[in-house]
Structures are given as structure tokens and as C-alpha cells.
Design a protein. Sequence first.
Length: 252
Amino acid sequence: MTDRAGDVEAAAFQARRSGARLTRPALKSAYFPTLSLAYHLHALPERELIYVKNPKAACSTVLLWLHRLHTGDHDFSPDNVHEQHGIPRPGEIGWRRVMGMLSGDSFRFTFVRNPMDRLESGYRDKIVNSRGWREKVQTTLDLPVDPETPVSFDQFLSALELQDPVSQMDPHWRPQHVNLMHPLVEFDHIGHVESFDHDLAIIRRAAHLPDVPLEVRNVSRTSGLTSVYAGRPDRVRRVEAIYATDFELYGY
């Protein structure tokens, strides 16, 4: 266990023991020192519901569902739901209330995904099909920075192995338990992308939510593509090492 992980475990134990409420500074310091905490929290106070966003785990689908739930506009279908939605921001709600919701005043939920599939999806989406992220990988590996030069999956893994998961990894591929602020934040339900409909039905019933139309967004288009893991047990072992805690916590 790293020193940082040990400190977070100790803080979680003390918080549970004392019944202390979660605070924005504590969560920022432990999990989002260089990232926006607000970007990952989506609360609907009138529904007593709060979602912690976990990129590359059906978050676009969940955000659209939450918008429709909040506004009643069941036909809303923007190009980029991450930038175009009517879900109130934590600053609009008030951070004290949002922290109360995250501490247990509301139903808390999220979704996770098989770490192998999630990482491959992130690599194809952000590294293969997008030039912006390539420069970060090249810089980490001290490679010539050229967004036109492809980055192999092995190079991508090498970059991840050099990065601190909390302060350096991008949310699209940093360990899910870090995105979900384990163990400080406890959830009423953690759904799995692989059983999305079943888990969403559980969330709806448990949180007493009305049924609204669901639109699946950003489905990975990997049909016909050879998996990056095919015939490469060495890659599988490297991914298992990077995401060992996710595999253990979420049953993969």
C-alpha cells in the first residue's frame, strides 16, 4: 500500500468512526488535487439522488438519463451531453448540500466497467482516434512530441505505469476506485456496465424514480477490430497489475 493510499484508508476509518461528514477539501486533496471535483458530481436534490461520474463507464448514457429525469424533456438528445445538459452544478446547489448528499442524505450511485474493456475503449477513443492525448503520452515517455505519430498500446501502458493514479492519470483511464473516491465515499448501489439495464432498474426502484426513456450513448465501435489483448498475455498481466484494486473491489 502506498503512503497516499494508507493516509486515505486511515482518514476513511476515522470518518466512519466519528460519523463525520464528507468535505470538499478532503475529497479534493485525496482524489482530485489536479482535477475538478465538480465535474464528477451530478446531484438532483429534488430527487434525493447523486451520481458520481466514472468516465468510460456509460457516463454519457447516465448523464442524458439524469437530464431527462430532472427536466422532463424526454426528447433531449445533444451532441455532447457532458457540455450540454440541465443538471444543476454543485456550485448552484451549494457545496454544503452536495457534501451532505454524498455523505448519505441522498441515494448515491455510480457505474463501473471491466478494467480491460474500459482501458481498451479509452485507448481507442482518446489515443488512436484523437491527437490531443498522444502528446501527453509522448511527453511522459520522453518521446518526440508529434500528435501525428501513432502511439502503440505498449507505449500507452508504459506511460500509465510511470504515472501517479491520483495526480497524473487522466480520469478516462485512471483506476475507477480513485474516480469513485474509495473508501471515503460509500455508495447505495454500484452498477456494472455489463448489466446496465438490470442495475438501472434496481436504482430506479430503490430511489423511487419515475421511468423515463433511456438512450444509450457513445457505444464503443469495436466490431471487427482485433482486441489489443489478443495473443498478448503480457499486456493482460500489465493491465491487471495497474488496476488490481478495481478488479478486487468490483468483482471482475
